[in-house]
Write a protein that binds this ligand. Structure first.
Ligand code: ATP
Length: 504
């Protein structure tokens, strides 16, 4: 029987912790909800994902330049972008289990239809019948249809900049505030706080729009061209779940590609396919990957089109069968952002084409990916277990992370067959030579060779190089392939070229 996805996810979470990929943040203090740290292997994996993206989007293209903006930007940027007023999710509370969740993510049901839920929430276990309310959805945790009204909640983290402490300012005004009615008090508090309020960016994209003119003036670029950025973004997400899939602090890899109006449909199609193929080129299984075009009703008011690259994550859902989740969104944002920033600042954000004498505000195609979600997808997709039989006929489970070699945190492991007769020294020489070439390599001499192979399979190391007695005489080693377990003998002098050719 096929294993339930939730079991797979449990194994992945356990492996991620045990082998140093992902830890709960501040774990010794009891952990912080939905915050995670990348351990020694996780940081390498995520870095490899980001490097692969940067290499393919920026370094390998002549029409894209990079950018690295500050996380805190002028607060008016967020007014113009609509984030301060509109960057909010409809939130709902379940009156039965008290869970707070996003209305747009709740399981949909026919209004008025019957629903079965667990009275008092998860722990009571008593199943009772209820009715789905007018909203047409139920609580994702207990299945109840008795829900509060939807409320808007700002997802941006606010902090303050400058010498004025907003708390102290509020205390200074406390008498004045207590004399005001509720609405006037709210307005006064907002006035005091807004004097020094700044926000942690909820997306990297606005940095590209506000630097559009700087880049036009300082670089030899002209549409069609793109500006790419990787960096942290912050959203005070209420419903966080599934390891690093949805967290409050995460890293984005975004490209804003500026094109002449009229050519935007063509470029939109181009980037949709290019981005889908990027994941495939790094080994994600095709049957777990899809491109989902948004319905017109799902589109942001300024967007002409939007598609998500989705991955079938092994998350537990109602059926326990895994679920499709967004990896990356590709949107045709039209000229909305540049037009809005031009209006707000009075700056000219048009492009003038000298040859044709055409002046226009470029349209923008935006492939916006998440580094953490991509890393998680690569981790989930790479995970597999195989039953293997040893020389004595005993069956064993081989746990493997079949990472694409470019993404593997460790590329090669070098083992001396035994800890004597000059083998460790020879193995160390090979490690040094590989490290010198920038190939991340580890040395392991502990335990039986089979156990060492298993340890490397479990963290996804593509090649294990073993130094044995013959190596000392003829300068050859065995190179074992992680996926096929086949071993080939080759001269030490060819190992570097062999690995490099595979990484290319
Ligand atoms: P969702 O609908 O899942 O909340 P979104 O459509 O709001 O995502 P975008 O604003 O398009 O996401 O951001 C681009 C990418 O950034 C997403 O495709 C995702 O990979 C990543 N991302 C967004 N929010 C989060 C988060 N809270 N945690 C981790 N990654 C995120």
């Amino acid at each position: 029987m096929a294993e339930k996805s939730s079991e797979t996810m449990k194994k992945i979470v356990s492996l991620a912790k045990r082998r140093g990929f992902i830890f709960q943040s501040s774990e010794i203090y009891g952990g912080l909800k939905a915050c995670y740290d990348y351990g020694p292997l996780g940081v390498e994996l995520k870095r490899n994902v980001k490097n692969a993206w940067w290499r393919d989007i920026v370094h390998k293209r002549e029409d894209v330049v990079g950018l690295d903006c500050s996380i805190i930007m002028h607060p008016d940027v967020w007014k113009t972008s609509g984030h301060l007023a509109g960057f909010s999710d409809p939130l709902v509370d379940c009156k039965n289990c008290k869970e707070r969740f996003r209305a747009d993510h709740a399981p949909e049901r026919e209004p008025g239809s019957e629903t079965t839920y667990l009275e008092g929430g998860k722990s009571s276990g008593k199943k009772v019948k209820g009715v789905v309310g007018e909203q047409g959805y139920i609580c994702p945790v207990c299945g109840c249809g008795d829900l509060s009204d939807e409320r808007q909640f700002n997802l941006m983290f606010r902090t303050s900049l400058g010498p004025v402490d907003p708390m102290q300012e509020l205390i200074n005004h406390i008498d004045e505030l207590s004399g005001l009615d509720k609405n006037a008090r709210k307005e006064k508090v907002a006035e005091i706080i807004n004097k020094s309020a700044v926000y942690l960016r909820p997306e990297t994209a606005q940095g590209m729009f506000v630097n559009f003119k700087n880049i036009l003036d300082s670089s030899r670029v002209k549409p069609p061209f793109g500006i790419a950025q990787q960096g942290k973004s912050y959203r005070n997400e209420i419903t966080t779940s599934n390891l690093t899939f949805r967290t409050c602090e995460f890293e984005q890899m975004e490209l804003e590609f500026f094109v002449e109006p009229g050519t935007d449909d063509e470029w939109y199609d181009y980037w949709k396919n290019a981005r889908l193929n990027w994941y495939k080129s790094l080994g994600i299984s095709e049957e777990r990957l899809r491109l989902r075009e948004h319905e017109v009703s799902e589109l942001a008011h300024y967007a002409k089109g939007c598609s998500d690259v989705e991955y079938f994550y092994p998350f537990e859902n109602e059926e326990g069968e895994g679920e499709w989740g967004e990896l990356e969104g590709i949107a045709n944002r039209t000229d909305y952002d540049l037009t809005k920033h031009a209006e707000a600042t009075g700056k000219d954000l048009t492009y003038f084409e000298t040859e044709t004498k055409k002046r226009y505000i470029p349209y923008v195609i935006e492939p916006a990916a998440g580094a953490d979600r991509a890393t998680l997808a690569f981790l989930c997709d790479a995970f597999c277990e195989e039953t293997v039989t040893d020389a004595k006929g005993n069956e064993d489970i081989r746990s493997i992370l079949k990472f694409h070699p470019r993404l593997a945190p460790i590329k090669a492991a070098v083992f001396p067959l035994v800890k004597k007769d000059g083998m460790p020294e020879k193995a160390r020489e090979i490690v040094d030579a590989l490290l010198d070439e920038g190939i991340s390599t580890t040395y392991d001499q502990a335990g039986a060779i089979g156990r060492r192979y298993r340890r490397m399979d479990e963290v996804g190391t593509p090649w294990c190089i073993t130094v044995d007695g013959d190596s000392l005489n003829d300068d050859t080693v065995t190179v074992r392939d992680r996926d096929t377990m086949e071993q080939q003998r080759m001269p030490v002098s060819e190992v570097i070229a062999f690995i490099k050719s595979k990484l290319r």
